[in-house]
Design a protein around this ligand. Structure first.
Ligand SMILES: [Fe+2]
Ligand SMILES: [Fe+2]
Length: 475
C-alpha cells in the first residue's frame, strides 16, 4: 500500500470523532445565529437580549476560527453544509435557511475580526426587505457596501452549487475505490478459506477501518454503492454490502467507533460459513430441495466454527455469524433465543441486501423502496422495531438508488436523503422513455418556488424493468 494512502487512513481515523464534534459545533453556531435573527425581529438591535445572543454567536464563531481561516456555511438544495460536511437540520433551523434561500443567498462566510455590531447590523439587514440584497448584482458579495459589514461575506446560490458539486464528486470517486477494494479483500479471504490457507485478518481489519472512516463523511454514497449487486461477485459483494449497511446504521445510532468497526467486521464475516456450502447449492437458480436447504442452513454454525479457529477474529463476529438467521418464525439454528443487539443489526442489513439482490431466497429483484416496506412490515416479528425505525430513518422511504417519477414529468434517481424523508435529493434523468439516460442536474425535492415545492414524488419506477444503468450514476 502506498505510504500516502496509509497517511490518509491514519489521518481520517484520527479525525472520526473530531469531525462529528465539528459538525455539532457548526450546527450550534447556526442555531445561535437563528436566535440572533429571531431576537432582532422582537427587539431593537441595541436591546440587551439581541446583544447577548450576538455575543454568544460570536463566541462560537471565534471557537471555530481557532483552527481555520473562515467559517463557511453553504445552503445547497435545501440542505446545510459546513465546509464540505452536511449538517443535520431540524425544524429550528429551517426558518433561517428559508430566509437565506429566499434572498438568493447560497453561502454565508464569517471571517476573523467579526464584531457584535456587525452581527446585529447583519441581523437588522436580514429582517428588512428582500430588495436590499438583490440590489448589488454581479459580485458574489450580496451585502451593500454601505452596510459596513466587512467580516461577513454572502455568496449567491449558483456559485455555491458549483463548489459543493466538485467536493461531492471527489468523495464519490474515493467511495467507489474503497468499495471495490473491500470486495477484492473479501474475495481473497473466502478463496483462502476454501483452500484451507490462513486468513489475513490484518488486511480484513484495515479494510473495515477504511470503510468505517469514510462512512461517516459520505454515508449516502456508500449506501448508494450497495445497489450495485455485481452478480459475478455476488457472495463477496453481499458481505461488503451487509458490512456497509450495518456500520452505517451503527454511525446513525451514534455508536462509538470501535463498535461501528466491530459491526463492520461482523458484517463482512457473517456468511463465511457459506465457504463450506457447495457452489451448486449457493448458486442454484431455482428452489432448493429440502436436503439442500438443510445443508445451506448449516452455514451459521459452520461460519462460527470457522471463525473460532481463525486467530484475530472478535467474539462479536463469531456470535453474529452464528445468530444472523436467528429471527422470525423460521429462524435458525436456534429458535426462541434473543439475538445479540449486533446480530440484530447484521440481520437487518443482511435482509435488506438479500431482498434487493434477489438470489436464492426471493425470486424477483425488489427495488429499494419496496425492500424498505417489506422490512417495515416485519418490525416486531422478524426484526427489532426500534432498529427497523432507525434503519428507515437512515435509508429514507425512498432509499438512494430508487428511481422516482416526479410530478413535473421528470425522472429522478435518489442520490441523498434530506431532513424530509419524502423529499430526497435526486439526479434528474431525461424524460423517461426506457432508453439510455443522460446525466442531468442534481436537485433537492425540498427546493421551493413561490411558496410551493418545485417538484414532488408522483410514483416510483422499477429500475430493473426500465433498465436504468444504476452503476453509471451511483459511482
Ligand atoms: Fe447468511
Ligand atoms: Fe447474508
Amino acid at each position: 500500500m502506498p505510504e500516502e494512502q496509509n497517511d490518509r487512513q491514519g489521518e481520517s481515523r484520527h479525525s472520526f470523532f473530531a469531525r462529528q464534534q465539528l459538525i455539532n459545533s457548526a450546527k450550534s453556531a447556526f442555531q445561535l445565529l437563528a436566535a440572533v435573527l429571531k431576537n432582532s425581529t422582537l427587539y431593537p438591535v441595541s436591546h440587551p437580549f439581541v446583544l447577548a445572543s450576538a455575543d454568544k454567536f460570536l463566541l462560537k464563531i471565534k471557537e471555530l476560527l481557532v483552527d481555520r481561516k473562515e467559517v463557511p456555511f453553504y445552503l445547497v438544495g435545501g440542505e446545510l453544509f459546513f465546509e464540505k460536511d452536511s449538517v443535520p437540520v431540524d425544524e429550528s433551523l429551517t426558518m433561517l435557511m428559508e430566509l437565506f434561500t429566499g434572498r438568493e443567498i447560497g453561502g454565508i462566510i464569517f471571517r476573523p475580526g467579526l464584531t457584535t455590531d456587525e452581527i446585529t447590523a447583519f441581523a437588522d439587514l436580514m429582517n428588512k426587505n428582500n430588495a436590499v440584497f438583490g440590489a448589488e448584482s454581479g459580485a458574489n458579495e450580496l451585502l451593500p457596501r454601505s452596510s459596513q459589514i466587512t467580516h461577513i461575506v454572502l455568496h449567491r446560490v449558483l456559485v455555491v452549487d458549483k463548489k459543493i458539486g466538485s467536493v461531492i464528486k471527489e468523495g464519490k470517486k474515493r467511495a467507489a475505490e474503497v468499495f471495490m477494494d473491500a470486495i477484492e479483500t473479501m474475495k481473497e479471504m473466502m478463496e483462502a478459506q476454501q483452500l484451507d490457507k490462513k486468513v489475513n485478518m490484518r488486511k480484513m481489519n484495515t479494510t473495515v477501518q477504511t470503510m468505517v472512516d469514510n462512512i461517516l463523511e459520505n454515508r449516502d454514497t456508500y449506501i448508494g454503492l450497495t445497489n450495485l449487486k455485481m452478480y459475478d461477485e455476488y457472495t463477496f459483494a453481499h458481505s461488503v454490502n451487509t458490512s456497509l449497511l450495518a456500520s452505517a446504521l451503527g454511525t446513525f445510532l451514534r455508536f462509538e467507533k470501535p463498535q461501528v468497526a466491530a459491526l463492520g467486521l461482523a458484517g463482512l464475516l457473517h456468511d463465511m460459513g457459506k465457504a463450506s456450502v457447495p457452489h451448486e447449492i449457493i448458486n442454484k437458480p431455482g428452489k432448493l430441495t429440502d436436503a439442500e436447504w438443510e445443508v445451506l442452513k448449516r452455514h451459521p454454525v459452520e461460519g462460527a466454527l470457522l471463525l473460532a479457529d481463525t486467530p484475530g477474529v472478535t467474539k462479536m463476529a463469531m456470535v453474529a455469524a452464528f445468530e444472523h438467521h436467528q429471527h422470525g418464525e423460521r429462524g435458525y439454528p436456534v429458535i426462541g433465543v434473543r439475538q445479540h443487539l449486533f446480530s440484530q443489526i447484521i440481520s437487518l442489513a443482511d435482509a435488506y441486501d438479500a431482498i434487493t439482490a434477489a438470489r436464492v431466497y426471493y425470486s424477483i429483484q425488489t427495488p429499494p423502496d419496496q425492500a424498505i416496506r417489506i422490512l417495515w412490515k416485519k418490525r416486531g416479528t422478524s426484526f427489532n422495531p426500534v432498529l427497523v425505525k432507525a434503519f428507515v430513518n437512515m435509508m429514507g422511504i425512498f432509499p438512494v438508488g430508487t428511481v422516482l417519477k416526479l410530478n413535473t414529468g421528470e425522472v429522478g434517481l435518489v442520490m441523498h436523503q434530506t431532513r424530509d424523508l419524502m423529499r430526497p435529493r435526486v439526479l434528474l434523468l431525461t424524460r423517461f422513455d426506457g432508453s439510455e439516460k443522460e446525466k442531468g442536474a442534481e436537485v433537492s425535492l425540498l427546493e421551493g418556488a413561490g411558496g410551493k415545492f418545485k417538484r414532488s414524488i408522483a410514483g416510483t419506477i422499477d429500475p430493473y424493468v426500465s433498465r436504468i444503468d444504476l452503476k453509471k450514476y451511483l459511482t
